[in-house]
Design a protein around this ligand. Sequence first.
Ligand code: EPZ
Length: 424
Amino acid sequence: MDRIIIRGGNRLIGEVTISGAKNAALPMMAATLLTEGCSTFRNIPELRDIVTFKTLIEHLGGKVEQEGHTLRIESGTVKMPEAPYELVKTMRASILVLGPLVARMKRARVSLPGGCAIGARPINLHLMGLERMGAKVRIEHGYVDMTAGRLKGADICFDTPTVTGTENLMMAAALAEGVTVLENAAKEPEVVELAMVLNKMGARIDGMGTDTIRIDGVEELRPIVHTVMPDRIEAGTFMIASAMTRGNLLIRNCPLEDLDALVVKLKEAGVEVTPEGDGVRVVGSGQIRSVDIKTSPYPGFPTDLQAQMAAMMSMANGLTVITETVFENRFMHVSELRRMGAKIKIDGRTAIIKGNGRLSGAPVMATDLRASASLVLAGLAADGKTEVSRVYHLDRGYERIEKKLAAVGADIKRVKDAPKARQV
Ligand code: EPZ
């Protein structure tokens, strides 16, 4: 397993370009299952999750080829509507094939994703919606087994906004007979982008980006060519990195309009955030002010930037209260930050951080995608050497992050562990 070694204290100065959004690319790849023919996506990030999703589509019978950041998917050959445990357990987003397969193949057998480090991650709302649209659901041997005739439009209300739940049902409803209304729908920019892609394919969707999305089902959808939007979470991660290292970073191709909640908090913390060209310039001062954070569904503060902000607040001077309202166990980074000198107490879904203005480098272990980003940021700001292990978590959602950071002055490198000698 690779490790990342950082010697902290360097200011990040220069410019960095944001890659395509993982959480926009994955649902779009799933949407190709609704069509026959070849779709082309540009600005696809080179990430482990994208490779896993390619493997899944090929397992279903589709053909996928990737040249750099361009991906072509031929979905006319999809025959096998089954997503196996071996693939789904490595990437929960595999559940996104459920809606398209039921809508197009009238059948789907998808392994239950199971939980992950940050929470139980149930899919009851996905299943509730598809049942209301006429699918018959059977759960056994760890799989969701679904059969349906042509799905029927239905009125569906989510108990809580769910990003992939909204995406799954939007895709299923696109080919259903009649109108589907999704109430309390997720409003994330990636959900809006998927709705726009589906409409480019011939769907009739409106209300995306609001609580109520209306989908008027059509008979068939056509393949498309589309350029994936930039990744707001990668952009936010680099903005926080600049703030933590007294940096002066120009973050190119940054969807600033999707990061209002973060920008407000960074400015409150004393960080200069100025739109510049197609991106934003972020200038960190020597002093970081403590600010309280409460995560919530978009447009609230994104849960996917909570761990990164916890690292930054560990460097601040004062008391910070972070409340994580979306996932029940998203403080896995805290015990590792404590090893670096952070003073953090956890009480249920609240973390209380007594910022003491400094962190010290230490060996730490990544547990999930955004926790690993938090540890890298802490290493950039800490005194001395930090070694982050299990960086495969990081590779799921950040394209060559150590190269991008080194290019703007970080003392950071990836070390590949020699394969363990076989025990004889
Ligand atoms: C998406 O996960 C993202 N993943 C996550 O990003 C992100 O953290 C999350 O949305 C919240 O923004 C992708 O888009 C691939 P949810 P998702 O369904 O859809 C509860 C990253 O780091 N819920 O919006 O799985 C659930 O338990 C990843 O890139 C149900 O109760 O999240 C949670 O408390 C991590 N029943 C809340 O809703 C359901 O059927 C929000 O979850 C579905 C969800």
